[in-house]
Design a binder for this molecule. Structure first.
Ligand SMILES: [Zn+2]
Length: 432
């Protein structure tokens, strides 16, 4: 394949920014280039106009070239649930989500929505996500099948759920295990697919099913595990009733040996001191979902508390509980959540979190999350002048950090000029 060279303002983090003046935490070239071949980044550095015979040069001058954005918690069957009016989590699940997810028994529906899902990821500059599929194996086939067509690095899994849901959405401990195992064999490691063992949350799994999830985790120790914890106060009370004699909600997953460095735990809002310590000890990942937490009214994530305890963290959309596919909108709402908590989230840290930080949270930083030679060529090109009001505001913006903050505060998919997946421009190729 011919070489492709992107010219623009290249920004990539190398470590977690400790403050706005932490210039060691990132690399930045004002007139930079990223050279791509066979889906990988070959080199990155200042633009050199002399050495590029046989190379297609794509001019993104003035725009920011960053690693593709990463969303470590999203529900692909909830595209037609986003923006549903409900009082709280359990009402939202029962009234909308558990109804909509039943439609994924039908393969044609699952395939149509999966296709639209990846188009939406690309439109918003997201190149990798960790997604919950529905209980139906065919939803996982649709998910990974459509991801493979686009060569996208995706993490996903069939939700295991055998109680407290409509019958059409329930598996059994045995069928949940068998279906998951068959899907692991079929998809994990094929192309860029990563399977995640996915007990939906403790409320929808019996102890027998949790044992089956534990058995899968033991058989396949390299896989991700994804679930939810401590999102909503009523949910916590209910979970503890269902699993009595355990110290707390996180203690349920601990009891079944489901915690560890590849475990992604959505929400982690209302946590006891013991739970925070267990998160840190097991190196499990707390995944913060600000638009979802605000939309469903679940609570305000305590970033600084978890950070002070050394808990690993990611930040995600949680569509359809979340209200936007955009990681820019997500971090904007995240910023406001922390303002209400009296905490600060500086723009360098925001952009670190949606790129390298989330890659690290997902243990995928050997492949993605940075614009570096040898990494997969998943990139996003952002324009802080994407709308008239942003362009006007940019006239008065004098620093990279303030430009990032404007992108986060006012930007959305309109600020995404192009999305490269394994070196291919994908957004400009979308119809409509
Ligand atoms: Zn979720």
């Amino acid at each position: 394949m011919a070489r492709r060279l992107l010219r623009g303002r290249v920004l990539s983090f190398v470590s977690e920014p400790q403050g706005l003046d932490d210039t060691d935490s990132y690399r930045y070239w004002d007139d930079g280039e990223v050279e791509i071949e066979d889906g990988k980044i070959v080199s990155v550095g200042p633009f050199d106009g002399t050495q590029h015979a046989d190379t297609e040069i794509i001019d993104h001058r003035g725009k920011l070239i960053l690693p593709g954005l990463i969303d470590p918690h999203i529900h692909f069957p909830q595209m037609q649930v986003i923006g549903s009016y409900a009082a709280n989590l359990l009402e939202w699940l029962n009234t909308y989500t558990f109804v909509e997810e039943q439609r994924f028994a039908e393969e044609a529906h699952a395939t149509r929505i999966a296709s639209r899902f990846f188009d939406e990821m690309i439109r918003h500059g997201t190149t990798t996500a960790a997604a919950y599929c529905s209980v139906h194996p065919q939803s996982v086939d649709a998910f990974f099948g459509e991801a493979a067509k686009r060569d996208m690095l995706m993490v996903g899994g069939k939700v295991m759920m055998d109680r407290n849901a409509p019958e059409a959405l329930r598996d059994t401990p045995q069928s949940g295990y068998d279906d998951s195992k068959a899907l692991i064999g079929k998809w994990h490691g094929k192309g860029r697919a990563h399977y995640a063992i996915t007990p939906r949350f403790a409320i929808t799994s019996t102890p027998e099913q949790m044992e089956m999830a534990e058995a899968l985790a033991r058989e396949f120790p390299d896989l991700h595990i994804q679930t939810h914890v401590d999102e909503n106060l009523d949910e916590i009370v209910f979970a503890k009733e269902l699993f009595p004699n355990l110290p707390d909600y996180l203690g349920i997953y601990e009891r079944y040996h489901l915690l560890g460095p590849k475990t992604l735990l959505g929400h982690c809002i209302h946590m006891t001191h013991r739970e925070v310590e267990i998160l840190a000890e097991t190196r499990s990942v707390a995944v913060w979902c600000p638009t979802s937490n605000l939309f469903i009214g679940s609570g305000l994530f305590d970033h600084d508390r978890l950070h002070a305890h050394g808990v690993r963290m990611g930040v995600a959309t949680d569509v359809g509980g979340g209200s936007s596919y955009s990681m820019l909108r997500t971090l904007d709402e995240g910023y406001k959540v922390l303002q209400l908590r009296g905490q600060r989230l500086n723009p360098l840290r925001s952009f670190y979190m949606m790129t390298l930080g989330n890659a690290r949270a997902m243990s995928l930083d050997d492949r993605i999350g940075a614009v570096e030679a040898g990494k997969d060529a998943d990139l996003v090109v952002l324009d802080a002048r994407a709308t008239p009001q942003m362009a006007l505001r940019m006239e008065a913006v004098g620093s990279l950090a303030n430009e990032l903050f404007l992108l986060q505060t006012c930007g959305d998919d309109r600020a995404v000029v192009e999305t490269y997946v394994a070196g291919k421009p994908m957004k400009s190729a979308l119809a409509g």
